[in-house]
Design a binder for this molecule. Structure first.
Ligand code: 3PG
Ligand code: MG
Length: 417
């Protein structure tokens, strides 16, 4: 469990410079912000600091420039979106350390965006000298980048050891929600894990069988499990070489009293294409299926959807990562959308706490029109997955109250496993 200070614990900040690590790694199209979710996520932290009289220096990475100055990966094109979000002028420094950064901070009365921290090799290397150069710009460190907290970089980890620190508002919200979902959840807890490959979520599955009461497996990875149980899956995407691994997870689940739910029917097609002719095939738990050799399972079927709705209806907590089918291509999003709507309704009725994360998952929920109805949608992809694996995220650990630093007073408000 890591405890955190919050901005409200930091006393009067007038005249102080707060170094805020945000995650402004947003999707851009033709030089404009295509999805401003992560920018909006920074608003509450910036406002809270400004209200306390602090200047804000925004630190972020953008893309993967690998320690070089890559003009296409400048953060500068984000300025109009930041001004719109924060409702006040935002200055810009062409370098995140040194003269340029110092000067921009002196000239500003409010908010300054510092250039991409990954333009310096010291960022990803978590170089102490680079972290020190960052630290010299400010009086306190506010970590608001949960979605980059799986990286032990200078601005996400090293810097936290050098200045008084606290969690930003978005970081705190994420940690609170995740604690409620897996740390200390209301039971029964259901996890939905989907997506293409078992191999990319092996650690997630292994961890979850110890944590949750019901594990719903969907997407391509369900095919690997069905195959491992001896069920014909035709020409479906599957990692047939991971059959032993799948059987091992099934065995562990049984020991841990975690019920694994695999599809009992699927929607199969001969082509992976928009509106390809499809039909429902039965997938009878490890015994038989009527799928043809040339057919692929692209979604879970109607009988499975009904069974899973019943599982959700009996649950108190839901954690969701990964779609149940090829939702980007009609009509193979039906199971994902149906379950998303069911989960949203249960959330609205106050019967289910719902937490989801990961780029595909969030876009599927938004396509279903229910993103706003979930209890919490994480801004994170990779960090959310590592959290689901039960890993300690370096950016979370370093920003807590435990690592030794000065005469820092501990006031725990948020805790996370
Ligand atoms: C993300 O977009 O997942 C985070 O900003 C982390 O980016 P990274 O995978 O390049 O470290
Ligand atoms: Mg990533």
């Amino acid at each position: 469990m890591t405890a955190f200070k919050r901005i409200s614990d930091m006393g009067d900040l007038s005249g102080k410079v707060a170094l805020v690590r945000a995650d402004l790694n947003v999707p851009m199209t033709n030089g404009r912000v295509a999805d401003d979710t992560r920018i909006r996520a920074a608003i509450s932290t910036v406002r809270a600091l400004r209200e306390k009289g602090a200047k804000v220096a925004l630190l972020s990475h953008f893309g993967r420039p690998k320690g070089q100055v890559v003009p296409e990966m400048s953060l500068k094109p984000l300025l109009p979106a930041l001004v719109a979000a924060f409702g006040e002028p935002v200055g810009f420094a062409a370098d995140c350390i040194g003269e340029a950064a110092q000067q921009a901070l002196v000239e500003s009365t409010g908010i300054v965006l510092l250039e991409n921290v990954r333009f310096h090799a010291g960022e990803e290397a978590n170089d102490p000298a680079f972290a020190k150069a960052l630290a010299s710009l400010g009086d306190l460190y506010v970590n608001d980048a949960f979605s980059a907290a799986h990286r032990a970089h200078a601005s996400t980890e090293g810097l936290a050891h050098l200045l008084p620190r606290c969690a930003g508002e978005t970081m705190a919200l994420e940690l609170e929600a995740l604690e409620k979902a897996l740390g200390n959840p209301a039971r029964p807890v259901v996890a939905i894990v989907g997506g293409a490959k078992v191999s990319s979520k092996l650690d997630v599955l292994t961890h979850l069988v110890e944590k949750v009461d019901h594990l719903i497996i969907g997407g391509g990875m369900a095919n690997t499990f069905l195959f491992a149980k001896g069920c014909a899956i035709g020409n479906s995407l599957a990692e047939r070489d991971l059959a032993d691994v799948a059987r091992d997870i099934l065995g562990r689940a049984e020991k841990e009293n975690c019920v694994i739910h695999l599809p009992v029917d699927g929607v199969a097609a001969k082509q992976f294409a928009e509106n390809a002719p499809s039909r429902t095939v039965a997938l009878i738990d490890g015994q038989a299926s009527d799928i043809g050799d040339d057919e692929m399972i692209l979604d879970v079927g109607p009988a499975t959807i009904n069974a899973l709705k019943t599982v959700l209806a009996g649950a108190k907590t839901l954690v969701w990562n990964g779609p149940l089918g090829a939702f980007e291509i009609a009509p193979f999003g039906q199971a994902t959308f149906a379950l998303a709507k069911e989960a949203a309704q249960l959330t609205d009725a106050g019967r289910l706490l719902t937490v989801a994360g990961g780029g595909d998952t969030v876009s599927a929920l938004n396509m279903a029109g229910v993103g706003a109805h979930f209890s919490h949608i994480s801004t994170a992809g990779g960090a959310f997955l590592e959290w689901m694996e039960g890993k300690t995220l370096p950016g979370v650990a370093a920003s807590g109250t435990d690592p030794a630093i000065g005469s820092w007073v501990i006031a725990a408000r948020v805790s996370v496993v």
